[in-house]
Design a protein around this ligand. Structure first.
Ligand code: CU
Length: 152
């Protein structure tokens, strides 16, 4: 009788430990965020517009297991842009496209699929100043949108 009782007790106990560990991990993640912000931690360089050696402006956006581009707004000067989207998600596949007909000019370049752990880059020329809405077309309804501003 005693051995059987011990075996039965081990199952629920182990499960409780795993759940507790998961909660600790979740709590740890939340603690690193700025107060009042649910924004996920971003990789270094994400969101910074820089100019590469070849004169092309570069910007990296991040996606993760939610419906947010980080950042969802950025500004470039009129001219060529190299845009990278890094998807640090473990589950979610995203994409990137400028919203059809929404900007002052069409930018047809897009990224059809960015699987979890992938990063992809497109290069395009933003010649006309203004606001260019973009989206992940899989999750537009869930608010995965943003805006690129092109300075004149
Ligand atoms: Cu998406």
């Amino acid at each position: 009788m005693p051995p059987t009782t011990r075996t039965l007790a081990a199952g629920p106990c182990k499960k409780a430990v795993v759940v507790a560990a998961a909660l600790v991990l979740l709590a740890g993640c939340g603690g690193e965020d700025a107060p009042g912000s649910a924004a996920p931690t971003t990789a270094p360089g994400v969101g910074e517009v820089t100019t590469a050696a070849d004169g092309v402006q570069e910007i990296t956006l991040q996606t993760q297991d939610d419906y947010v581009f980080v950042p969802d707004r950025f500004t470039v000067d009129a001219g060529p842009v190299r845009l990278t989207v890094v998807n640090v998600a473990e589950q979610m596949t995203h994409n990137f496209q400028f919203t059809d007909g929404a900007g002052p000019a069409d930018i047809p370049e897009s990224i059809a699929l960015i699987a979890p752990g992938e990063e992809k880059t497109i290069e395009f020329t933003a010649a006309q100043p203004g606001e260019y809405p973009f989206e992940c077309s899989f999750h537009t309804q869930l608010g995965q949108v943003g805006t690129m501003t092109v300075r004149g």
